[in-house]
Write a new protein. Structure first.
Length: 373
């Protein structure tokens, strides 16, 4: 096996594939990145839950297959000088060289590498930019507590020409709906995908192009979801559980509303939250076109601040975990945030606005549960 490949393409491919490697895999072979050299270069990595693949163009001298430790390979290719990189298999060792730099790597037993699941059938396509933004907006609400697996997932619901992503940790709920091109105009299905898997995919899938979403058929023995973008592929097993129904949680009416410039509100929240922690709420009072922020206990440091807002309806005095509030504000892709309330002790609905007097962006909603005051 021997080939010459461009450094940046190799770094991109190896970094992508290395994302699915485990530090403590069930078998030693899964420490490795599998390099298959045919008419092109195929890199593969897996932790048996998620598999990633990258295809590279190269000047191929000799075909072959080899398995080398993935994290070490990733560190080496990033450190090599900016020139073409040559790979050559000599006996049981791989020689990696660029310029005057040369590394000799031991190989792993390639025949011990497990057979990985194939990419399911394509279900449809979505804009890469839109998909990446949607994932980033939703994963902020997913739980990090693995003792409740279903809340660590993102629910992907497909209803004909619409796709909805949703996640919740039971204290907040993020929902994003966007159009997509389904190969089956009547397709209606859902999958619960690990938030970390989607987040990793979004970090490296190509933007500016189309992403193909692939799904296992309903009668399949394995429930898989796949993502394909240009030369990169990710296949992952979905979670067996289902996210509880959330549609009924979104209020259809409100008793108070407020619109605020996000940058100004974020600055205020961060300042006032300096005297609180996750056990104490950041108290917000909406009234008379003014928002008053307060934090701190009677025996502790205290802070308060007020900013001008556009407000209508009842006076609302409520409190939130400041980190959860900041997460929601940062996820909104607009200069203004619109708050909608049914009561002080009920879920608030946050959405974006392009202009202070403009319409709400109904495609993204961040629902935030208040803390006890």
């Amino acid at each position: 096996m021997k080939f010459v490949v461009e450094r940046e393409a190799l770094i991109d491919g190896v970094n992508w594939v290395a994302r699915s490697l485990s530090a403590r895999p069930m078998i030693t072979a899964l420490l490795g990145i599998k390099i298959e050299v045919g008419t092109e270069i195929k890199l593969t990595g897996s932790n048996l839950e998620t598999s990633t693949e990258a295809v590279l163009s190269a000047d191929i001298k000799e075909k072959g297959t080899v398995l080398v430790k993935g994290q070490l390979l990733a560190e080496i290719v990033r450190s090599l000088p900016n020139s073409s990189i040559t790979f050559a298999l000599e006996g049981t060792r791989v020689i990696v060289s660029a310029g005057t730099s040369k590394f000799t790597l031991p190989t792993l037993e390639a025949n011990e590498y497990p057979n990985l699941p194939s990419l399911p059938s394509a279900a449809g396509e979505i804009s890469g930019d839109d998909f990446v933004q949607a994932v980033n907006q939703v994963v902020v609400a997913a739980s990090r507590d693995d003792s409740l697996p279903k809340f660590t997932g993102v629910d992907i619901q497909i209803k004909k020409d619409k796709i909805t992503l949703a996640a919740t940790d039971r204290y907040r709920l993020a929902i994003k709906t966007l159009p997509w091109k389904s190969k089956n105009p009547d397709l209606e299905t859902s999958s619960l995908v690990r938030a970390r898997t989607l987040s990793d995919a979004a970090k490296s899938l190509s933007t500016g192009s189309q992403i193909t979403l692939a799904l296992s058929p309903a009668d399949s023995k394995e429930s898989l979801i796949g993502f394909l973008s240009n030369t990169k592929t990710m296949t992952s097993r979905t979670l067996d559980d289902k996210l509880p129904s959330f549609e009924h949680l979104v209020p259809t009416e409100s008793k108070a509303e407020a619109t605020i410039e996000i940058a100004k509100l974020l600055d205020s929240v961060r300042r006032v939250a300096l005297v609180t922690d996750k056990t104490l709420p950041l108290i917000l009072t909406f009234a008379n076109n003014t928002l008053v922020l307060e934090a701190g206990g009677d025996q502790d440091a205290q802070a308060s601040e007020s900013i001008e807002i556009t407000h209508s309806g009842e006076e609302i005095r409520t409190g939130y975990n400041p980190t959860f509030l900041i997460d929601g504000l940062q996820a909104i892709d607009a200069p203004f945030v619109h708050f909608s309330f049914t009561a002080s002790n009920k879920l608030a609905v946050l959405s974006g606005k392009a202009e202070i007097d403009g319409a709400q962006d109904e495609s993204y909603k961040y629902l935030l549960n208040p803390m006890r005051l």
